[in-house]
Design a protein around this ligand. Structure first.
Ligand code: MLC
Ligand code: AMP
Length: 465
């Protein structure tokens, strides 16, 4: 069973899940989700407008119960991003409490939590069924749909529970978005698989983490960096059991400051939408700043050079990290060529991350091979998608987008634009209003020309400080 907490096998808790100021027991989640499952059964896929709410939890669980692939849609997706996800995924219906105020290509329905479930119990779908279709950015073009099976999710969560000694006695707390691996798969489905209480803080503000009563806390490095800069909130985390950071590199000074203020060495773990979490430090293992630990149970990793040859695991030599194991995705939706190109022979997934591995097996993520994949605030953003959106503005002739190092966000999206009398702020608003809020450039530099080589190719590295 993918989500045992809903199967009646565990003692029910009146406040099993809290999202913002709403609470529900597992039984309430299960009954409401069964109503949704009955409504959508047989659909090819269902999209869920994934705001931070109990409705989102119920709608997603309802899809999982029905065995209908669930497509969580970023809560702040603009019309262009929304139209792409809703059309590309083949979703028959968008479940949304407050529909996005733009024309939509498919019907919208509210999440009716009072709807009764079917009279006959719903059978558990097979493990090979697609559970989630998560949209994620590549270097160019529109986001791709990543197909994740129930088995991959179940296996990945069990391996994490083992590495972190995550049990029903924990209270998981976080305030991450409910449409990515971190906040949704680990942060909601993880609690429902392990059977622990979940407190979602609505927004990931330090003071809300401080008062959530979590024994296990999840955050992206930007959140930990804000907590480390707020000593009162940080000190309130001292009674917790485990602070977990992931989705982007945790800067060593933030690790050190958290240790000083909370008494905890954070656990770091590494993963991707396509692979789920593959490498992590363990509750009973070494937690070395700047390192993400060892492969999880059942996962194999290797380092290769540009020719695909092995790179020595000496802690210094760098190579592309490739991973293999039961948590890998089943492919990009409708893109067999992209799926094939993302794998090396033997079932190895090319992560595109550059890493070192020490003789003791400790992994260190050094960076990304491509300058065109940006991580800002833990969000993965393709430079090409933002460039295409800028080029859709009538006042833009050329655009180049880069991720510039930023002390809190990791990287900040910066655009260089050759334009015809267009203002920088107008371009920021143009992107923010059509894609997601977090995909907007934080700075736009209007320039006379982009740096190009003799072949005419833009030299993006020259745009970095
Ligand atoms: C936010 N604001 C908005 C807005 N969203 N205003 C208008 N429209 C919107 N859509 C406002 C806020 O109210 C706030 O104002 C201000 O903008 C700053 O908001 P913020 O959310 O703090 O912004 P920012 O600093 O950009 O965000 C930092 C962050 C966010 C950490 C909260 O980046 C975040 O949630 N990141 C998580 C990404 C994530 O989950 N990644 C996982 C990928 S899975 P005011 O006035 O309130 O200050 C993965 C696999 C793995 O990577 O390994 O885990
Ligand atoms: P996403 O598909 O949004 O999950 O982003 C995956 C990418 O996030 C990876 O390819 C890495 O570049 C980055 N990432 C995730 N976790 C870590 C980590 N702990 N340290 C460094 N980078 C990370």
């Amino acid at each position: 069973m993918l989500l045992p907490a809903l199967g009646g096998a565990l003692p029910d808790q009146r406040e099993a899940i809290r999202v913002g100021d709403q609470t529900a027991s597992w039984e309430q989640i299960r009954d409401a989700a069964a109503g949704i499952a009955g409504r959508i059964a047989g659909a090819p896929a269902v999209a869920v407008h994934a705001t931070a709410s109990l409705d989102t939890v119920v709608a997603i669980v309802g899809g999982l119960m029905a065995g209908v692939p669930v497509v969580p849609v970023p809560a702040d997706a603009g019309p262009v991003e929304l139209a792409h996800i809703l059309t590309d995924s083949g979703a028959a219906l968008l479940l949304a409490q407050t529909p996005p105020p733009v024309p939509l290509p498919i019907p919208v329905e509210p999440v009716d939590r009072a709807r009764p479930g079917p009279s006959t119990p719903i059978a558990e779908p097979p493990g090979t069924a697609t559970a989630l279709i998560l949209y994620t950015s590549g270097t160019t073009g529109a986001p791709k749909g990543v197909l994740l099976t129930r088995d991959a999710i179940g296996y990945g969560l069990d391996a994490l529970a083992e590495a972190w000694a995550w049990t029903p006695d924990d209270t998981l707390a976080h305030g991450l978005p409910l449409y990515h691996v971190h906040g949704l798969v680990l942060g909601v489905l993880g609690a429902l698989r392990v059977g622990c209480r979940l407190v979602h803080t609505g927004r990931p503000h330090p003071d809300r983490y401080a008062t959530a009563g979590g024994t296990l806390l999840f955050g992206v490095p930007t959140v930990w960096s804000r907590i480390a800069a707020d000593p009162v909130s940080a000190r309130a985390l001292a009674p917790a059991r485990l602070l977990v950071s992931g989705s982007a590199p945790l800067p060593v000074p933030v690790f050190d400051r958290l240790r000083e203020l909370t008494g905890h060495r954070p656990v770091e773990r590494y993963g991707m939408t396509e692979t789920l979490i593959t490498v992590s430090t363990r509750v009973d293992g070494e937690r070395r700043p700047g390192h993400v630990g060892l492969p999880l149970r059942g996962i194999a990793t290797r380092l290769v050079d540009d020719a695909g040859q092995p790179v020595p695991e000496d802690g210094e030599s760098i190579g592309e990290l490739q991973v293999r194991g039961p948590t890998l995705f089943a492919g990009y939706l409708g893109m067999p060529e992209a799926t094939e190109a993302s794998h090396a022979p033997g079932g190895w997934f090319r992560t595109g991350d550059v890493a070192t591995v020490g003789p003791d097996g400790q992994h260190r993520i050094v960076g990304r091979a491509s300058i065109d994949l940006i991580k800002s605030g833990g969000y993965r953003i393709g430079a090409g998608e933002v460039e295409n959106m800028l080029l859709a503005h009538p006042g833009v002739r050329e655009a180049a987008v880069v991720g510039v190092p930023h002390p809190e966000l990791g990287q900040e999206i910066v655009a260089y634009v050759v334009g015809d009398g267009v203002a920088a702020q107008a371009l920021i608003d143009f992107v923010a209003g059509r894609l997601s809020w977090h995909k907007r450039p934080r700075q736009v530099h209007l320039v006379d020309a982009l740096p190009r080589n003799a072949m005419g190719k833009v030299q993006k590295r020259q745009l970095l400080p």
